[in-house]
Design a binder for this molecule. Structure first.
Ligand SMILES: [Zn+2]
Length: 315
């Protein structure tokens, strides 16, 4: 099942990058400064994926590494412009669109630790890297180091797992780590919370005007867990005006999580009532006309229609 999951997901990534990338406009970087912490938002150009660069004006910490070498090179330029040492590269979860830029960044900033928040995230990430490599789909710079590829990327050696509750600048500023191990969009994931920015960096647990990945690997239980988590986070922050920084799309107020939750509900409704694959796709496109990454839809629809059909057949 994992193999089908990754195969379909990667097929999607290929198709999406070919079909939709030309229509994604290059988005300028934005900067936010608050309470002595600076945040540079970097919007990927090849797809909607984001990277976030934190600075305490002495050091830098990067969240996620983008999905292409070209975008990673542009991110490197942004980091160079800060003229500060890059301390850490933190990867939120194991999906390839968040780590393909690592080789470029590791070469440019060899002193920056590459960090994930759990062994589960590290192994999920390595699983993707191996699987893509076996099929000849991995960018050459990210092929895992092995006897056959002695100059490959050393995932095992380079990716460190932290058990700390926060990422810390030497100045004392911190980013809190919130870990999760209940299957949602992935099995393992981590969010960062910045008190200085009053911002929650949610990885792919939240997207803004971007279709969610609901393909294989995301079953009915994952959808339930995901909605529950969104409700818990909403309750936790609802009186405080937190800003949500999604894995894809622009930052937004906490109400974004209601939109994400409603998207899941609408998707389930479309699956139940929409008819065949094409009809559900048409319905979703009509209901979310301004959403990017519509290449995600066929995979989610196929996954969930199949389950429903099996149920209807009494299997
Ligand atoms: Zn993503």
């Amino acid at each position: 099942m994992m193999i089908r999951t990754t195969e379909m997901t990667y097929r999607f990534l290929l198709v999406a990058s070919l079909l939709f990338a030309p229509f994604v406009c290059a988005t300028p970087t934005e900067t936010i400064k608050q309470n002595g912490l600076e945040l540079n938002l970097f919007y990927g150009k090849r797809s909607t994926v984001n990277a976030y660069l934190f600075s305490d004006v002495k050091e830098l910490i990067l969240l996620d590494a983008l999905d292409s070498v070209d975008d990673a090179r542009q991110l490197k330029t942004l980091i160079d412009q800060q003229q500060l040492p890059l301390k850490q590269i933190f990867i939120s979860h194991g999906h390839p669109d968040h780590f393909i830029g690592l080789a470029v960044l590791n070469r440019a900033f060899p002193n920056a630790d590459i960090v994930v928040a759990s062994e589960g995230i590290k192994q999920e990430l390595i699983g993707w890297a191996n699987w893509m490599t076996e099929r000849g789909w991995m960018h050459i710079s990210m092929i895992p180091k092995s006897e056959k590829a002695p100059r490959g990327f050393d995932y095992e050696g380079l990716i460190k797992v932290t058990s700390e509750s926060q990422l810390a600048f030497d100045s004392g500023k911190t980013l809190r780590i919130d870990r999760g191990n209940l299957p949602t969009e992935t099995v393992h994931y981590a969010m960062l919370y910045s008190e200085d920015l009053h911002g929650l960096f949610m990885g792919d647990l939240a997207s803004n005007k971007v279709h969610l990945w609901l393909g294989e690997g995301v079953d009915a239980q994952s959808l339930g867990n995901w909605k529950t988590l969104l409700a818990v986070i909403t309750k936790r922050y609802q009186s405080t005006g937190v800003t949500i920084y999604p894995g894809h799309g622009k930052p937004a107020p906490l109400s974004l999580l209601r939109e994400v939750s409603q998207y899941i509900d609408v998707f389930k409704f479309a699956i139940r009532t929409g008819g065949n694959q094409d009809a559900v796709q048409t319905k979703m496109m009509a209901l979310f006309p301004d959403y990017s990454e519509s290449g995600y839809l066929p995979f989610g629809i196929e996954q969930h229609l199949v389950v429903q059909t099996a149920k209807a057949d009494g299997h």
